[in-house]
Design a binder for this molecule. Structure first.
Ligand code: S3P
Length: 175
């Protein structure tokens, strides 16, 4: 199981889809599973049950997905803020896709499907989450304005085990 975390707009879904295809694994997005389960879209769930209600369902869904068949799993940008979900993520193989605040806003700006974008304290939320993402990460990738394909390539290269190096000359052997 490979989990992708990071702020909204980091590219979790787009990189996740590419990575899954590349590794021959199914791709899952916790937000989509939550929407299917609740029969409503994320903003409606926030409006009806509040962020706290959303986080409870999110926890259940991520817990189930992590116990399920091997996959590449993208989780919502706020999943790390729920203590019990954070614990689950901490025990998983997690790739953290880093994105600057400015770039995240450029990518998702004006998306009505993301209720958090309405929050006046969004930048504080961003800052507060950075250490949480880092604390669950087994691998951190700076996405730095690159397209998803390039980020996916870097993930694949850094996931691969180091190739065995051929035995070289022994240090200190020749006199
Ligand atoms: C959220 C991010 C969203 C979604 C929900 C809340 C957040 O997922 O889970 O709108 O708190 O950052 P993405 O990170 O995939 O946009």
């Amino acid at each position: 199981m490979i989990v992708l975390v990071g702020f909204m707009g980091a590219g979790k879904s787009s990189v996740g889809r590419l990575l899954a295809a590349r590794l021959g694994l199914p791709f899952a997005d916790s937000d989509l599973v939550i929407e299917e389960r609740c029969g409503s879209r994320v903003p409606e769930i926030f409006a009806e049950y509040g962020e706290a209600g959303f986080r409870v369902v999110e926890h259940e869904v991520i817990d189930e997905l992590l116990r399920g068949p091997d996959a590449v799993l993208a989780v919502g940008g706020g999943a790390v803020e729920h203590r019990a979900t954070w614990r689950l993520l901490r025990a998983a193989r997690v790739i953290y896709l880093q994105v600057t605040y400015e770039e995240a806003l450029q990518r998702v700006g004006g998306d009505a499907g993301r209720p958090l974008l309405q929050r006046p304290d969004l930048q504080d939320i961003y800052r507060r989450r950075l250490p949480a993402y880092q604390s669950v990460a087994t691998l951190t990738i700076a996405t730095g304005g690159r397209p998803a394909e390039a980020v996916c390539r870097e993930v694949v290269s850094r996931l691969a085990p180091e190739p065995d190096l051929p035995p070289g000359p022994q240090a200190g052997y020749a006199r």
